[in-house]
Design a protein around this ligand. Structure first.
Ligand code: SAH
Length: 351
């Protein structure tokens, strides 16, 4: 049984300036009230109508009768004992649950946002895949993860990554709208280079993203150096083969001013041999990119994380690569907040 919030008010977070202006007009106000509302919810991060001091009382009453600020309800948050990493559990108005993560490394605070409830892509190594696909999030539900985490923690956030539950490019429109709202300089004001969208490699959408010349950073999860190897862990390669993916990656990298990120999950005995590192070096040599290696986070499947020795041998092979290489040590693995560990075991709330 699914718990659905019964009074279905429309939420304000997710509406852009033009939409907030027309909401104001529909409630009998001048459009500039929409700008004031925009300022409260995005720039000042205020969610209580009563604190929106420059709005007239009857407007606030009408607003609160028909609209709510947040599309999501925060149900729970937990903190890692190993690192300054927090995981947040939210519920959508349809009763579904999603997770988001806040990680602090040095003076950088990064929020990892979910874009879908579950995921349809079925990567064999990812916990989210085990949920199956349940729903696309709206742009409001994506932005609200950020807004609520910011209110709760009061931490300045330096980066946003679309790397939580779901495949961003299978919810393309909402993801771009969300990135645009997060970017608006008169609102939340995250610079283009501080927002990264990570895709499993949905080839036509990468092409569209390149053609539309979006300026958010792009990351592609490669995870294998040959079609056969990739197919073993990522069935999506059947639809979008490695050769096509590398072609669009090259096209994007040539056109974009930002360096493309290639993510590569290192799985023991599968794609972590020194030979694989050499092949990878060749595959990427003409693509303006940086390589981010992610040692596999175990999720109870048969895959294993390579030993530090194997990771180091892989890295050694890449020492003379034409692109920078980094290793992402996932944060918050003790609370299942690491890459690929986000999954809701119970999909809906029972009442
Ligand atoms: N669907 C998107 C974004 C979500 S996953 C994508 O595929 O890019 C974010 C990153 O975590 C991806 O690079 C993915 O390959 C990686 N990942 C998934 N499961 C993992 C696991 N168990 N351990 C380490 N990284 C994992």
């Amino acid at each position: 049984m699914r718990y659905v919030q019964n009074e279905e008010k429309v939420s304000l977070i997710g509406q852009n300036l033009t939409e907030l202006q027309s909401i104001s007009e529909q409630l009998g106000e001048k459009p500039f009230r929409g700008r004031q509302l925009y300022d409260w919810i995005y720039r000042k991060n205020i969610d209580n109508h009563n604190l929106m001091t420059n709005l007239p009382g009857d407007f606030k009453t009408k607003l609160s009768e028909r609209y709510k600020v947040h599309p999501l309800v925060l149900l729970h948050h937990s903190e890692s004992k190993q690192e300054p990493t927090k995981k947040f559990l939210f519920q959508t108005s349809s009763g579904h649950m999603i997770e988001s993560v806040l990680m602090r490394v040095g003076n950088r605070s990064t929020i990892c946002l979910s874009t879908q409830v579950g995921c349809a892509v079925d990567c064999q190594f990812c916990a989210t895949a085990q949920m199956g696909f349940l729903k696309n999030l709206t742009s409001g539900e994506i932005v609200d993860q950020f807004s609520q985490i910011r209110s709760l923690t009061h931490e300045p956030v330096s980066n946003i990554v679309f790397m939580g539950m779901g495949e961003p490019f299978l919810n393309y429109k909402a993801v771009i709208q969300a990135a645009d709202l997060l970017h608006q300089p008169d609102g939340i004001n995250m610079g283009f280079g501080r927002i990264t969208i990570s895709t499993v490699g949905i080839v036509p959408k990468i092409r569209q993203y390149t053609a539309e010349a979006h300026r958010y950073k792009l990351a592609i999860s490669l995870n294998g150096v040959s079609q056969e190897q990739r197919l073993e862990i990522m069935p999506i390669s059947k639809v979008y083969p490695l050769s096509d993916l590398l072609t669009v990656a090259r096209e994007y990298a040539a056109k974009s001013k930002k360096r493309l990120t290639i993510e590569y999950v290192l799985i023991e005995g599968l794609n972590d041999a020194s030979e694989d590192a050499k092949t990878l070096k060749g595959l990427l040599q003409n693509i303006r990119c940086k390589l981010n290696l992610i040692p596999y986070n175990e999720i109870g499947s048969s895959f294993r994380r390579p030993s530090d020795d194997r990771i180091n041998s892989f890295l050694t092979q890449l020492e003379d690569a034409s692109f920078p290489v980094t290793v992402r040590r996932s944060k918050g693995t003790d609370i299942d907040a690491g890459c690929g560990q986000l999954a809701i075991k119970e999909k809906t709330i029972h009442v």
